[in-house]
Design a protein around this ligand. Structure first.
Ligand SMILES: *Cc1c(COP(=O)(O)O)cnc(C)c1O
Length: 491
């Protein structure tokens, strides 16, 4: 039986179900499994098996307090026709890498992989833990998480979902995706401020005991759909395992051969999931962590110092514009084995904006390689791949590919490589059109149509005709008005 504990040591052991409901530990640490399970199969045995089967086995290995039938039902509900690719996660060779296409879900970004199953994991957990209150999911988003959470939770009984996004900090397509959201339990607010304001506001609400007590009186418990929730992390492990099996199936590797994994990184959730896949037994040579100009993680991997004392850049890969990568805390825990050490580093980060890791942690970081691409390099990467290989990448995936090319040039390492492809190019069409040197368009929606005409790649149905859809959530509020908005939503 695997149990969950806080990275900072200040919470009791919990079942997975309890950790999923809670979201974040009592001491503000993150929940981690007390041991990482071994793969429940040999990868070679699973060649040709559908995604759902791999996901069920991997998630079941972590969430041992859920029954097999419960996990099966969660997986069946999540990975169905909502995904526009028949095999859910196609693995496509282009240029020097194998692209793990994680963006064929409803909102056209990889967040769907976890957020389409989280509502099932959560509602199952509520039954198991006999939770009788309604769960109100609060989410601050820089664009992709919000929409994926809205789609995941729309009309899920026993839940309300409230999303705050920076009114001027998301792409036109992203904003319209959220403001047109259907579902009687969905609530969406733009705020006058940036993503950090939204994130900080939401964190303060989680910490506000009086406010939480008042909501509980009215029958609501707050929870989070951000990637601090273990119910988001674990489903992501499955697709790295699946990607490895696919490479065997395609004859690229034989069972047991090592691979590299490249991940365009923001909050460190996705790359941490690949690390868990490695700990389960997938032979990973290098974890390559790709950043944009906000390269806190590149510097951290190269120096052992995490330092947020730097300007924040708005880039063409906005979902990676982040200076505090929350999930790194989990890696620090696994490498140090010391909740005390983690707590000290996190306190130093909160007070002084930086911390350094011990020699042992640096040693453990050796399989990680860090690099970054600036905006110009990102656009060149999109353009080069499309012109030389006819393969269309979004701007986040393009950052990862550029960093991977740098890695190959510097190390000469030709190990077969899986690259996490995190969004459809259409989600960031205006930047992609610029990369392809196409004429300017009137707005983001015209960019989508022009890109389809240019490339012939099908527009994901969730992004089609977005500008024709009715806006249901026009509200834009002050960043000081979050509590009021929550009270009004939870009527
Ligand atoms: C969220 C996101 C990322 C960053 O993923 P993390 O798990 O936060 O590191 C990268 N690309 C896209 C398109 C995203 O939406």
């Amino acid at each position: 039986m695997i149990q969950y504990k806080s990275t900072r040591g200040g919470d009791h052991l919990r079942t997975a179900a309890s950790a999923v409901i809670k979201g974040i530990a009592e001491d503000r640490g993150l929940f981690v499994p007390d041991s990482i399970p071994a793969l429940p199969f040999r990868p070679g045995e699973m060649v040709g098996r559908p995604y759902k089967e791999v996901a069920k086995a991997v998630i079941g290995a972590f969430f041992t307090d859920y029954t097999e039938e419960e996990i099966q039902a969660c997986v069946d509900g999540a990975y169905d026709e909502k995904f526009e690719a028949e095999d859910i996660v196609p693995v496509v060779g282009a240029g020097d890498a194998f692209f793990l296409e994680l963006y064929h879900g409803k909102t056209a970004a990889f967040k769907d992989m976890a957020l389409s199953i989280l509502p099932y994991l959560l509602t199952t957990a509520m039954k198991k833990e006999k939770e009788e209150k309604k769960i109100a999911i609060l989410t601050a988003t820089s664009g992709d998480t919000g929409k994926a959470a809205l789609e995941g939770f729309a009309d899920v009984p026993g839940t309300e979902i409230i999303v705050f996004y920076p009114s001027d900090g998301v792409s036109e397509v992203q904003k319209r995706q959220m403001t047109t959201q259907e579902g009687a339990n969905t609530h969406v607010f733009g705020i006058r401020g940036n993503f950090d304001d939204a994130q900080t506001g939401v964190k303060q609400i989680f910490d506000d005991e009086a406010f939480n007590a008042a909501l509980e009186q009215r029958g609501f418990r707050l929870s989070s759909a951000n990637s601090i929730n273990i119910g988001r992390l674990v489903p992501q492990v499955a697709y790295y395992v699946y990607g490895y099996i696919k490479l065997i199936e395609q004859g690229v590797i034989r069972e047991g051969d090592p691979v590299n994994i490249v991940v365009p990184t923001g909050n460190f959730g996705n790359i941490l999931a690949s690390y868990y896949a490695g700990r389960m037994g997938i032979p990973v040579n290098r974890f390559i962590c790709a950043s944009n100009t906000n390269k806190v993680l590149t510097d951290f991997i190269n120096t052992g110092e995490y330092n947020t004392g730097r300007p924040f850049h708005v880039t063409y890969s906005p979902s990676m514009d982040i200076l505090i990568s929350s999930n790194l805390e989990r890696l620090l825990y696994h490498l140090s084995g010391s909740p005390e050490e983690v707590r000290k580093m996190m306190e130093k980060l909160a007070q002084e904006g930086h911390y350094s890791v011990s020699g042992a942690v640096r040693e453990g970081m050796k399989p990680f390689w860090g690099g970054f691409a600036d905006d110009e390099e990102t656009l060149e990467s999109v353009r080069g791949m499309y012109r030389e290989h006819g393969y269309l990448m979004d701007t986040h995936t393009a950052v990862a590919y550029k960093v991977y090319e740098d890695y190959r040039a510097e190390t000469g390492d030709l190990t077969p490589t899986l690259l996490a492809s995190t969004a459809s190019a259409y989600k960031f069409a205006s930047s992609v059109n610029r990369a392809l040197e196409m004429p300017e368009e009137a707005d983001g929606f015209a960019c989508v149509r022009a890109l389809e005409t240019e490339t012939g790649v099908k527009v994901p149905s969730g992004l089609k005709d977005l500008d024709q859809k009715a806006v249901r959530h026009p509200a834009v509020i002050e960043k000081t008005a979050l509590r009021q908005a929550i009270e009004d939503s939870l009527k």
